[in-house]
Design a protein around this ligand. Structure first.
Ligand code: ARG
Ligand code: ZN
Ligand code: CA
Length: 241
């Protein structure tokens, strides 16, 4: 197998005020959450109910902070059209996307926590975007999204994961066999069991829409789907060669 996969991370901090110019400590707190969540060493993994406990995955994907780029801007809200990924637009250009995960931290606005590009898209916009108040666990963070799980969720998309309800009705697949079918996102902190589509939802999966404190697992099927990207010929094989 591929063993432990290491992902060097470039963080672009694009800020219009001192809060948005998040500290190195805040950035490091996010890297720490990624390393826990993608290796099932998060302290809340023991909350997974017995029904799903056998499906908890240690994905063996590690993250190391490679570079922090800070860009001051007068722009206070960036939207979701990738403008922050271009220095010509006052943002910051992507760095080595074949071998680095790029994360832009800037105020998206519109109540959007973060967004991601799936593998196989344009190199110039490859990576994830997260608003600063939802990034990391210390500093300028805002409950109930102060657990660093927005970035875990967005990196899940970057590694080819869909929302567990497949963004559709019961028959709409997320292309992962061991995540139960659902027909909707869950929000807040659902009690177990929460059932849709004749089975219990895996509401505690990082790819649902629950609060940070209420998501604490990837599944084995999700691990297989993510790691397939890194096999020879896979869309992200540049990280292992
Ligand atoms: N793309 C989702 C959004 O912006 C992110 C949801 C993250 N959920 C969370 N609990 N942090 O709405
Ligand atoms: Zn999502
Ligand atoms: Ca499924």
């Amino acid at each position: 197998g591929l063993g432990v996969i290491n992902i060097p991370v470039v963080v672009h901090v694009i800020y219009s005020n001192s809060n948005e110019n998040i500290s190195d400590a805040q950035i490091n707190s996010q890297i720490a959450v990624l390393n826990k969540d993608f290796n099932a060493t998060n302290s809340d993994v023991n909350q997974v109910p017995a029904e799903f406990a056998g499906r908890v995955a240690d994905s063996d994907i590690n993250f190391t902070l490679s570079q922090v780029i800070r860009v001051s801007s007068t722009r206070t809200s960036w939207g979701t059209n990738d403008a922050m990924k271009s220095s010509a637009n006052g943002g910051s250009d992507v760095v080595s996307p074949d071998t680095h995960l790029n994360i832009w931290v800037c105020n998206i606005g519109g109540g959007i926590l973060g967004y991601a590009q799936f593998p196989g898209g344009a190199a110039a916009t490859d990576g994830v975007v997260v608003s600063p108040q939802y990034f990391g666990t210390t500093g300028f963070v805002q409950a109930p999204f102060d657990g660093g799980r927005t970035t875990t969720h967005e990196v899940g998309h970057y590694l080819n994961l869909r929302h567990i309800w497949g963004d559709g009705r019961c028959r709409q697949d997320d292309f992962v066999a061991d995540t139960p079918s659902s027909d909707r996102p869950n929000y807040g902190c659902p009690s177990y069991p929460t059932a849709h589509c004749r089975s219990n939802d895996m509401t505690m999966n990082y790819m649902d829409y629950v609060d940070d404190a209420c998501m604490y697992m990837f599944s084995e099927g999700q691990k297989t789907r993510m790691r397939a990207l890194f096999a020879p010929g896979g869309t992200r094989d540049g990280f292992v060669n």
